[in-house]
Each structure stands twice: as structure tokens, then as C-alpha cells.
Design a protein around this ligand. Structure first.
Ligand SMILES: [Zn+2]
Length: 96
């Protein structure tokens, strides 16, 4: 593993990990919150593990709102988590 890669902290479990092991969620310049599959979208970002433990956490909405300094509807949150889980298929080997 390349130790020079930046580390990011999961907003649920606070685990620090290589940014490629985490999924980035971004508050876009339009004010919407969306999955940043490429990790390069401009805007305020937050990171979450791709594990079911973190993605199914009831803290997601609250912690995301705090991290991104915005409010998120329940439906938007559910949609976001569904998108992340779909995206996760590509990263399956990292599930602990
Ligand atoms: Zn986590």
C-alpha cells in the first residue's frame, strides 16, 4: 500500500483510511448533496466507509448534515445510501 496517499476519516465510525477506501459525498455548488464517485467534484466533501455497518447507521443523516453544513431530506439520504451501495460493488474486496 502506498503510505503517501492522503487519509480521510469516516464520518460514522471515525476510522481513518486511505481516501480510495472511502466513499466521498459532496455538497455541490448548487447546494445539493450527492455521491462523488470520482472523488474530484468541487464542493464541501465528507467521507464514509463502504461497509454495511457504516452505511446502515442511523447517524448518517445527522453526521452528514453536520459535516456538510446543510440539511438533507430523508428521501435524499435514502437515495444517497442506495447509490453508495450500488457503487460499492466495484470495491467489494475491501469489505472487512
Ligand atoms: Zn466508517
Amino acid at each position: 500500500m502506498d503510505k503517501t496517499l492522503p487519509k480521510r476519516t469516516c464520518l460514522i465510525c471515525r476510522r481513518k483510511a486511505n481516501k480510495r477506501m472511502l466513499c466521498r459525498v459532496v455538497r455541490t455548488t448548487e447546494g445539493t448533496v450527492s455521491l462523488d464517485a470520482t472523488g474530484t467534484e468541487p464542493g464541501r466533501g465528507a467521507y464514509i466507509c463502504l461497509t454495511s455497518k457504516c452505511l446502515d447507521s442511523t447517524l448518517i443523516k445527522t453526521n452528514l448534515e453536520r459535516a456538510l453544513r446543510t440539511t438533507i431530506g430523508i428521501e435524499d439520504k435514502d437515495l444517497l445510501v442506495a447509490q453508495i451501495k450500488e457503487n460499492r460493488m466495484r470495491f467489494k474486496e475491501i469489505e472487512p
